[in-house]
Design a binder for this molecule. Structure first.
Ligand SMILES: *Cc1c(COP(=O)(O)O)cnc(C)c1O
Length: 136
């Protein structure tokens, strides 16, 4: 796990991120994932997601955006630009129990890679209910 420095407005420093990837590769590590933030809970800071998506694409890394807190902003036209580039993420987490006011825990994981999701959640056991599983 590498924690990348942020600028004075708490946005991830994309150059530092790129540098860390190069340093880790040179040391024999295999970076595979970048996690960007689509709105921190305490400060509301949003990483430059589109810029990070460019880097992830160039470096062939999975881009996950933690939009648990700020994800609902995509539903408001005047806030759409805040998460610019989130549509390029490999996966996103989004919490309906925050801005959407769903009164129970409703964490949502979204990915464009259906095969991975299916493999992760397709383990069956006799004691698991068969009904109620919905695959979209
Ligand atoms: C709330 C939150 C999470 C995860 O919270 P859960 O309620 O456990 O789903 C993760 N990241 C951010 C930025 C959050 O605000």
């Amino acid at each position: 796990l590498r924690i990348i420095k942020t600028d004075s407005e708490l946005h991830i420093d994309v150059h530092a991120l790129h540098h860390q990837i190069q340093v880790d590769r040179a040391a024999g590590y295999t970076p595979f994932l970048i996690i960007a933030t689509g709105g921190t809970t305490g400060a509301g800071a949003i990483d430059p997601i589109n810029e990070i998506a460019n880097l992830a694409e160039r470096e062939h890394l999975w881009l996950h955006v933690d939009a648990a807190y700020g994800g609902a902003s995509v539903f408001a036209p005047e806030m759409l630009d805040l998460l610019h580039g989130i549509d390029r993420a490999d996966s996103i987490t989004f919490d309906a129990h925050k801005w959407m006011s769903v009164p129970m825990g409703a964490g949502i994981y979204i990915t464009r890679h259906k095969d991975i999701l299916h493999r992760t959640f397709s383990i069956t056991a006799d004691y698991m209910p068969k009904e109620g599983l919905i695959w979209m």
